[in-house]
Design a protein around this ligand. Sequence first.
Ligand code: SF4
Length: 483
Amino acid sequence: MSLPNSRSAVDHPAGQPTAGATGIDAEPGLPLDRPRLRGSYWITTFGCQMNKADSERMGGILEAMGYTPGSDEHSADLVIYNTCTIRDNAEQKVYSYLGRQALRKRADPNLTLVVAGCVAQQEGEALLRRVPELDLVMGPQHANRLASLLERVEGGQQVVATEEHIILEDIATARRDSAVCAWVNVIYGCNERCTYCVVPAVRGREQSRLPQAIRLEMEGLAARGYREITLLGQNIDAYGRDLPGITPEGRRAHTFTDLLASVHDVDGIARIRFATSHPRYFTERLIDACADLSKLCEHFHIPFQSGDDDVLRAMARGYTVDRNRRIIDSIRQRKPDAAISADVIVAFPGESDAQFRRTLDLIEAIGFDQVNTAAYSPRPNTPAADWSNQVPEAVKVERLQEVNAVVERVALHRSGRYQGRVEEVLAEGVNPKDPTQLMGRTRNNRLTFFPAARPEGPVHRPGELVRVRIDTVRAFSLSGSLA
Ligand code: SF4
């Protein structure tokens, strides 16, 4: 299924960025009929799973155009930096990489230099002024249009594509890093307004894919041997609220729970995961669905961000600590062994020491299996960046260290429950540190290492579900023997 392509790119004759000129799509994208050899490409990806999924799609588009994977970024003919702006240090790293590539481009004008992703969206034409050697600046909504944008670059234009855009349905085969596990986008963008977050500004409004298109993509992946699918959305619980239709009972025709039910029986797919949930929209219906659908793995990633209600209010998260706890209690009533992971931000503007301690207490009390931690980083064009009550850098560093230590201690304690148990592990690949071992994940999402074979026994391969007896537990990984 193909959605109409909006006419949104801004094209500039080489070297002459022109604000406001509106480009017209010569054709609705891809694939090209006759790929021709175009040289090698390299993509460096920063940030979250959404960016990684975008990079895999862009890799697939480039290969359909006739590019081949390069061996490193310093010799490739086309280089894409798929960027993240969630924290300042990730953004600064991009500028330093770009500086080196700009030097290369001055010596080799045939190099094609692209910045994609969230920094591209945020900076737009300003990036061309900062790095005039760039050929293409494209926001995340334009990832599926890479081919038509590059054709304009080949025609001698500098192109900026950052306008609000109806995302094309996936029509290129992504070049996926794994042959076993795949990401499938179900909703793009986010309509929330968390006061620290740039995502709504850079990824735009919510756009749900149709359930039929999602199922079709999953069937295609299953046919190519994929065993595990992670359904992706910035706020996945919002899935379907922009799609039309009301049920006879008067509720929305498309919800994330309905989507899970409609894709659960795709043959060949053994496991389904999803991310990221939002405590404000997480429903009992979803918990019931997860308990009833056997392919749904027992792992829930629910970012709570802070253990203090006043900080949550300042973040505009739209829930309380108590609500978050009730969700986790409900999950554990239905699925007692479920792993719960989360994201947390420490040193948010105005966060007192007592409020920070409430976050530490919550991590201990819930017993999270994993928490992604970050110290607050002010981002341009977000409300919290302008507040005067910023927490000093030294305090940020201290709090981050302290929360990391608590997270690790709690995770190690949670890992202890696996000791001696037999777990089903989906083998994803060979342990890079020991070629006699495979590595994969338990249903609860713990990374697990195990021997590929017993002496004289058959050799297990990536893609197989293997029963592993857990012998060694660490905070974030396990090791075991074949059961
Ligand atoms: S829910 Fe909040 S934190 Fe998550 S992407 Fe949307 S605005 Fe950002």
